[in-house]
Design a protein around this ligand. Structure first.
Ligand SMILES: Cc1ncc(COP(=O)(O)O)c(C=O)c1O
Length: 370
């Protein structure tokens, strides 16, 4: 059933739209109405290996070097084995999985698929992960920014007030970077239900949190896109493997416009092996969570630390006296944290990633000497 149309006239006032949205519960979204026209009609690149079916032993179709090595052949453009593995791990179907060169690629492709440059808009509650805005700017898509509340949760009414008939995407990051907290799940669901575009829920840090995340809700909401990554809990930032989970219709659009060989052979095979080691990932996550607790306690004991925001991620946001100066001094001692003191709602804040016990102790020792 097509999604109800809220905006029938271009000149409708924002407030009126907002009133509409508050009381509108949408049926399933008509995704094809959201896609850019050129993408809808795009004939995707057809790679050499796409064009034959069956078994073969002589491959003279892709202008590769014939002399065997581990990497003389192009990678599987459909990442079939890796998708099957991820689908099984996440209890979704393979056609609900997109694999990107980092989740940053999925973010960029969402803009390219759904946002008309120079015309469409996206909503980004701040402060949050910087790539949403950078991708919007690269793709010439207008950003409507709204602040999170003082405790970094969603202000649903303020977000909905920004919706216009040009709004295509809403980015929600939970646990949020740089604040570390989970967004209220009830508010996220409220937004998914009424937002007249795609809601992108970025769960890069979900493995460190106490919540199950939104993947299980995909079957209920076809305008929901969940981003995850192997860069954080799985310890594979260097491989560049990011994940998007969504309805088969959205995944097919992302697959259609991605570069054909976006995940190289080495990344596919290392990721596949790593995903068999769930116990190792879980053990590392447990250790990082234990270290987060110890680090938080030790930071709290420092006189210059004013506040540590509650974290459900592998980092903590810390309000500290003279943050900028502390940041510079730590660099001189060879310890790099992230200075977030110029970021909205993060005045005087440093974002500190939880390291190994030795690294955390090193940081604390340096801070004690300041
Ligand atoms: C919230 C969030 N999403 C996505 C990413 C990027 O992930 P990837 O390495 O998969 O591109 C980051 C990286 O810091 C992040 O903080």
């Amino acid at each position: 059933m097509p999604k109800q149309c809220v905006y029938e006239q271009e000149d409708e006032s924002r407030d009126l739209r907002f009133q509409d949205l508050r009381f509108t519960i949408f049926d399933a979204m008509n995704i094809s109405e959201l896609v850019r026209k050129n993408i809808k009609v795009l004939k995707p690149y057809s790679s050499a290996r796409d064009e034959f079916e069956g078994e073969a032993s002589v491959f003279l179709d892709a202008n590769e070097n014939p002399y065997p090595s581990e990497y003389n052949r192009y990678p599987d453009p459909h990442q079939k084995k890796l998708k099957a593995k991820i689908a099984a791990l996440k209890s979704v179907k393979t056609d609900q999985v997109f694999i990107g060169n980092g989740s940053d690629e999925a973010i960029d492709l969402l803009f390219r698929a759904f946002c008309e440059p120079g015309s469409d808009e996206v909503i980004i509650p701040q402060p949050t992960y910087g790539m949403y805005s950078v991708s919007a700017n690269i793709n010439d898509v207008a950003i409507r920014s709204v602040n999170l509340t003082n405790d970094f949760d969603l202000d649903v009414d303020s977000i909905l007030k920004l919706v216009t008939n040009k709004t295509k995407l809403l980015f929600l990051c939970t646990p949020n970077n740089p604040s570390g907290n989970l967004l209220s799940p009830e508010k996220v669901i409220q937004l998914i239900k009424v937002f007249p575009g795609l809601v992108i829920v970025d769960e890069a840090y979900i493995d460190f949190s106490s919540q199950p995340g939104f993947v299980p809700l995909l079957s209920q909401y076809n305008n929901l896109v969940v981003l995850q990554t192997l860069s954080k809990a799985w310890g594979l930032a260097g491989l560049r493997v990011g994940l998007a989970f969504a309805s088969p219709e959205i995944i097919a659009i992302l697959d259609k416009i991605k570069p054909p060989y976006n995940i190289n052979t080495l990344s596919q095979s290392v990721a596949l092996n790593a995903l068999n080691e769930v116990n190792q990932k879980n053990a590392q996550v447990s250790e990082i969570l234990a270290q987060r607790k110890i680090l938080t306690t030790q930071l709290n004991n420092l006189p210059q630390v004013e506040h540590i925001y509650p974290s459900e991620a592998n980092f903590v946001l810390v309000r500290i006296k003279n943050a900028r100066q502390v940041y510079q001094t730590l660099i001189q001692k060879g310890v790099v944290v992230r200075d977030r003191s110029n970021v909205i709602l993060c005045q005087d804040c440093l974002r500190i990633t939880v390291g190994t016990p030795e690294e955390n102790q090193h940081l604390i020792t340096e801070l004690q000497t300041l």
